[in-house]
Design a protein around this ligand. Structure first.
Ligand code: FAD
Ligand code: S2G
Ligand code: ZN
Length: 475
């Protein structure tokens, strides 16, 4: 249980009684209120099986009105609530710690409108990212973000964690692509900032409060997001590279020669790929290399793009930066390569237990901490490997061990966060703070910023019922 594993004390919240369940059943229908232990269990365990809560009740509202009525009631009864989307979060933010009520958005998955001229999509928070991507593709549009969890994560969860992912390099993050949001505050007040205007400078930009606040300031119930045009020409290169220095040089060259058509630039070290190939029996379409790089282009003219790409390849093959590799435009082949990259996240779980770190590091030092951790964990870790979004300065470092131990945790934390702080990086690049990192947030935010966050939390959720034990450390 998270509470014992991480030694957390339950705060003074009410606990759900029979009358409360009767109230919920008066607002929702039977199948929207789960109380059977076997039904509730999966909502208590996070994707990497690192955190486990003790919730007794899962509520699955179907409308903003139902969310509002539930929160107004819970606020009066001081019942804590854990909002949950696709439950693919990796920092323990999406599952309860104690008996918080899980409020799942999974039944709020209606698509409301799509303006195929402006690309403005309005939908409910519980829409699955991949479902939306397939839907907008029919109108020659794409979602502005893509991540390995697309098959399960919700757009509401993406907004709440300010998810980055594989396309951020080209399409930016949700602070840019989110046009509006509807959210419900802890007291049940509905904040309707759903707009499909590209420009709206009328007062404070409230939508940004809900982006990345991980369910602690309000529950996102609808989003309006700008969808870019579906590229006519897509290519994907998967290259073998001899060392990390070459990865950085290749990144600079890709930016210079591919310019506006560069849509993704990802790296993975040998252990990331070899452990994924071994653990998940996935094919590696090229040979074994010290480092791998994925270079994707999104363009509007195949001939133009092919010319640019072949010039880039010729130059970097002859310079030796690219030792070998493959380039394809065939959807099935591109999918195989992306699948290899996207599967790294889950592969490590088969080694036993995975410590996942998601950090931003200034480019020149991007890979520095991997050998440092490999050395520090020699003899204790099964594997230590690094992979991620080079273009965002964001590396994912995974340390896999046969099983969780406090000793291994103490060797890694706060050590890695101190090292990141020395490098002037961020202890959480895109996954958020969640349950696992509030007491490390000071490595990336100063006291002034943290106290303003506390003032905002106090204003928006005075009883602290929204996702307690997450994001902000206790004062
Ligand atoms: P959940 O996990 O259910 O919740 C995440 C947080 O948001 C929790 O704190 C929860 O309380 C809150 N929340 C959820 N829905 C709402 C709502 N409607 N209103 C208010 N609060 C809410 N993340 C990246 O950024 N980039 C990646 O490349 C990436 N790749 C991944 C690959 C894999 C294989 C996996 C398993 C995860 C990956 N993630 C990545 C992490 C995760 O997918 C993202 O954080 C995602 O945005 C979470 O969405 P979700 O719907 O699963 O949210
Ligand atoms: C990715 C997935 C989660 C992890 O694959 O880009 O965000 O750190 C990560 O394994
Ligand atoms: Zn990532």
């Amino acid at each position: 249980l998270s509470a014992t594993k991480y030694n957390v004390k339950r705060k003074e919240f009410g606990s759900v009684q029979a009358d409360d369940v009767n109230f919920f059943k008066s607002v929702l229908s039977e199948e929207q209120v789960l109380t059977e232990e076997s039904d509730v269990l999966p909502f208590n365990i996070d994707w990497i099986k690192n955190c486990r809560g003790q919730s007794k009740v899962v509520l699955k509202p179907k409308s903003t009105k139902q969310v509002s009525e539930i929160l107004a009631y819970c606020n009066k009864r001081q019942l804590a609530v854990c909002p949950q989307g696709g439950n693919t979060g990796l920092v323990g933010g999406s599952v309860p710690v104690f008996d918080e009520i899980v409020l799942s958005l999974s039944l709020m998955n209606k698509i409301i409108s799509l303006d195929e001229i402006s690309g403005a999509l309005v939908c409910e928070a519980g829409c699955i990212l991949e479902t939306l991507d397939n839907y907008v593709k029919e109108q020659n549009l794409i979602m502005p973000l893509d991540l390995g969890a697309k098959g399960s994560c919700h757009i509401g969860g993406n907004v709440s964690t300010n998810a980055g992912g594989l396309r951020l390099l080209r399409y930016g993050n949700l602070h840019g692509s989110l046009m509006g949001v509807e959210a419900v505050k802890a007291d049940g007040t509905v904040v309707d900032c759903i707009r499909t205007l590209k420009k709206d400078n009328t007062g404070y930009h409230l939508k940004h409060l809900f982006i990345g606040s991980e369910g602690t300031l309000g529950i996102v119930t609808k989003v309006a997001v700008h969808c870019p045009v579906l590229p006519k020409a897509v290519t994907l290169g998967f290259f073998g590279v001899k060392d990390f220095d070459s990865v950085l040089k290749l990144y600079k060259s890709a930016k210079a020669s591919l310019g506006e058509i560069l849509s993704a630039f990802e790296m993975a070290d040998n252990d990331s790929i070899s452990s994924t190939v071994q653990n998940l029996k996935l094919p590696n379409p090229i040979a074994d290399f010290p480092f791998y790089v994925l270079v994707e282009t999104h363009g509007s003219d195949e001939t133009h793009d092919a010319e640019k790409l072949s010039r880039f390849l010729e130059r970097e093959m002859s310079s030796g930066l690219i030792i070998d590799g493959t380039v394809t435009s065939e959807p099935a082949k591109m999918q195989t390569i992306w699948n290899l990259r996207e599967s790294i996240a889950g592969a490590g779980l088969l080694d036993g237990y995975v410590y996942k770190y998601d950090v931003s590091i200034p480019a020149a030092r991007y890979y520095d901490l991997v050998p440092v951790l490999r050395q520090r964990m020699a003899g204790k870790a099964v594997k230590v490997y690094g992979y991620g979004h080079v273009g965002d300065g964001n590396i994912h470092i995974n340390v896999t061990v046969p099983e969780y131990s406090k000793e291994a945790t103490d060797m890694l934390e706060p050590f890695i966060f101190e090292e990141v702080s020395k490098l002037k990086g961020s202890i959480s690049a895109e996954h958020g703070v969640g349950f696992r990192k509030p007491h490390f947030i000071h490595y990336s935010k100063d006291e002034g910023a943290i106290s303003l966050m506390r003032e905002l939390k106090q204003l928006m959720d005075p009883n602290g019922i929204l996702n307690p034990y997450k994001v902000l450390p206790d004062p």
